[in-house]
Design a protein. Structure first.
Length: 671
């Protein structure tokens, strides 16, 4: 029996006024009564002190609260706040420790804040003026500025506010102030893109010319645009993403979505080990469920509690774990809703009513099968749920790790203690591993033969998905249909620049185009369809998407791979198609070159239309805020630099920055 206790009442006249102890009684409707042997005690907790009493505005300070009876109730009943800022409770006992959150205000308060400990809904105790936020520590300088490669050099850091730090950790990373400038510059030009897309494009072209000259002079032009380390590479990625959005929506989005759905259906039509994340039907050999698992397809009639008497038919496997069954039910029942608006698995319960009484189904309960120190996830077969069975899906008020009602929570925690779990395939114990390592050559040969048999299953899945893969590749690599103006414009720009340099051949130009569009944009969304669709990509589906994305990458390279029996399975899977895909890429680049050029005026008109369509969807305030944070960090140095620059003086940029600072932070200015 779980109940919520009420407040202490004034005792009857025959009890002393200060009595706070009492027995707990349970009285049944039929007249039965039970009385506890253990006394329940009312007591009021009282916080008296907080240590330390100060910390940085970024939060993260671990504070300890001392007092009387602080261990009243349980940790789950307690919450702590510093002023209005939540403080995450770390430990609960005679003293309470919590980690302060970030102070969200524009300025840190000048006075210490009250620390309040809340018990349940109505009880609290506080320590007034107990903790004060200060500005975050600042680094002014450090010495020395260089070190030998093997490390071991002592570095001294100078600055202010270090006394606020409880435990300091310092590491030297490759990204320095230069990278901070790059990121901040990117925030600036992205803001500019929303206001003036032509300006953004001009900046990108100028920086690309510098990047080309740098790589050509260093005699490594093939490495250009290979990564995203510079501002211009990040700009190009964003520029392509915005300019290709309409093409993705109108042309390439549908075949990509169909490919994702077909792959998801193919994976889920066979057993998927919920623990190992391996499937019987997959394109990825490392994610292949090697063991043969017996299973049968069931059609369930699912009723949703509180949503009418109509049942939804859902196909599942009798070897599915209960969580997998819930996922398939949610997918089918709420198929017309985007994933983000559907109920989550942990927020629903599944009930089976084979007779007059119902049974809550869960991955683990008292009936779970044990095999030595291993415990198997419950499946529909475990519960003996048959074809055409009726299940009820209902929402639960409280969610727990195994998505069940409160009355099963403690039971499941006890079941999990010191136990390992598995779903379809039990991991090999250490003693078995020792035996397998001493296996004969004959055993190893047989294992290799079995692995080759499984390759036919990969080929079968690949054959089923082939049309969907081809359709997507054609949608993004067909110059005879629709080519976004931005692609033609940018590829012509690369052609023009390649002619300026003697050491840029056709192969290098091919690499430039590949790095700028297929690898930078298309591979990214092929690997991550949830970037553009409101869907959930499971680990098993992601493994197969990785194989398709790798095939797309291989098709874009000029390098010929010699295949053998030892080659990766993903390359063997698409060995017959790769030459067709490579020709598709070559024809795409060649076709774009032969198209009517896109003039600067036409491109500017197109960019203006793109900007008009998305102006309200892009949040310039966020980028401006990040830009100001950078400017505030180096405020004095920027002011000095603007004062020394004739162009900045002419446009009164110093005055404008001072006005911004005065408005946002009440900084002292010369106004």
């Amino acid at each position: 029996v779980v109940c919520e206790i009420g407040p202490k009442r004034t005792p009857p006249t025959d009890l002393p006024l200060g009595n706070t102890d009492g027995q707990v009684e349970i009285e049944l409707k039929g007249g039965g009564k039970g009385t506890s042997k253990v006394l329940f005690t009312y007591r009021d907790p009282r916080a008296t002190s907080v240590h330390p009493s100060k910390g940085p505005a970024a939060g993260g300070t671990v504070i300890t609260i001392q007092g009387d009876f602080l261990d009243t109730a349980t940790k789950d009943d307690v919450r702590v706040s510093v002023g209005t800022v939540p403080c995450e409770v770390l430990s609960f006992g005679e003293g309470i420790t919590c980690r302060t959150g970030r102070y969200q205000g524009s300025k840190v308060p000048s006075e210490p804040l009250t620390v309040t400990v809340w018990y349940g809904k109505s009880t609290s105790t506080n320590v007034s003026a107990a903790f004060q936020y200060f500005d975050n520590p600042k680094i002014a300088d450090y010495k020395p500025k260089s070190s030998f490669f093997c490390g071991g050099r002592r570095i001294v850091v100078f600055g202010s506010g270090f006394e606020l730090i409880q435990s300091a950790m310092m590491k030297v990373v490759s990204s320095s102030d230069e990278d901070s400038v790059k990121a901040t510059s990117l925030e600036f030009v992205e803001t500019a893109f929303n206001k003036n897309d032509t300006y953004y494009t001009d900046i990108m072209r100028t920086l690309l010319l510098d990047l080309m000259d740098e790589h050509v002079q260093n005699k490594n032009p093939k490495l250009m645009l290979r990564r995203s380390e510079t501002v211009v590479e990040r700009m190009l990625c964003n520029w392509m993403s915005i300019c290709l959005y309409q093409f993705l929506r109108d042309t390439a989005g549908e075949p990509l979505y169909k490919l994702f759905k077909a792959l998801k259906h193919q994976v889920e039509k066979g057993p998927v080990d919920a623990k190992l994340k391996k499937a019987k039907y997959t394109l990825n050999d490392t994610g292949l469920l090697g063991d043969d698992v017996e299973y049968s397809v069931l059609t369930l009639q699912v009723l949703v509690h509180g949503e009418g008497p109509d049942a939804t038919l859902v196909k599942v496997l009798n070897c599915d774990s209960i969580t997998q069954v819930k996922e398939k039910i949610i997918d089918q029942v709420y198929r017309n809703l985007p994933y983000s608006q559907r109920p989550k698995v942990e927020s629903v319960a599944l009930e089976w009513r084979p007779g007059s009484t119902g049974q809550i189904l869960s991955d683990l309960d008292l009936t779970s099968q044990k095999e030595g120190r291993w415990k198997r996830f419950n499946t529909l077969a475990h519960y003996n749920v048959r074809d055409n069975a009726t299940l009820i899906l209902s929402k639960v008020l409280h969610t727990h790790p195994f998505h069940q009602h409160q009355d099963l929570h403690d039971e499941q925690n006890a079941l999990l203690e010191d136990d390992n779990t598995f779903h379809l395939v039990r991991p090999t114990d250490e003693i078995d591993e020792g035996k397998s390592k001493r296996g004969s050559m004959k055993d190893k040969a047989m294992t290799k033969a079995i692995t080759e048999i499984y390759l036919t299953r990969l080929l079968s899945v690949k054959g089923t998905l082939q049309q969907f893969v081809d359709d997507f590749f054609r949608s993004v690599l067909c110059s005879s249909s629709i080519v976004p103006p931005a692609v033609k414009y940018f590829f012509d720009f690369l052609d023009e620049q390649a002619q300026r340099h003697d050491n840029v051949d056709e192969e290098t130009l091919h690499i430039w185009k590949t790095n700028s569009l297929p690898l930078r944009f298309w591979v990214n969304i092929l690997r991550n369809p949830h970037f553009i669709f409101d869907v959930h990509v499971t680990e098993v589906v992601d493994a197969s998407l990785h194989v398709i994305a790798q095939t797309f990458m291989d098709a874009c390279t000029k390098t010929e791979h010699k295949l053998s029996r030892e080659s990766p399975s993903n390359k063997l899977l698409y060995a017959k198609e790769i030459s067709t895909y490579k020709k598709m890429v070559d024809d795409y680049y060649s076709g774009i070159r032969q198209m009517v050029p896109v003039s600067d005026q036409d491109m500017n008109t197109h960019l203006a239309e793109v900007s008009r369509q998305h102006t309200e969807k892009l949040n310039t305030q966020v980028a401006l805020h990040h830009l100001y944070q950078y400017a505030s960090k180096y405020y004095d140095a920027i002011i000095q630099s603007l004062d020394e620059d004739p162009a900045a003086k002419n446009k009164q940029l110093t005055l404008r920055l001072q006005q911004v600072a005065a408005a946002l932070e009440n900084k002292t200015t010369d106004l």
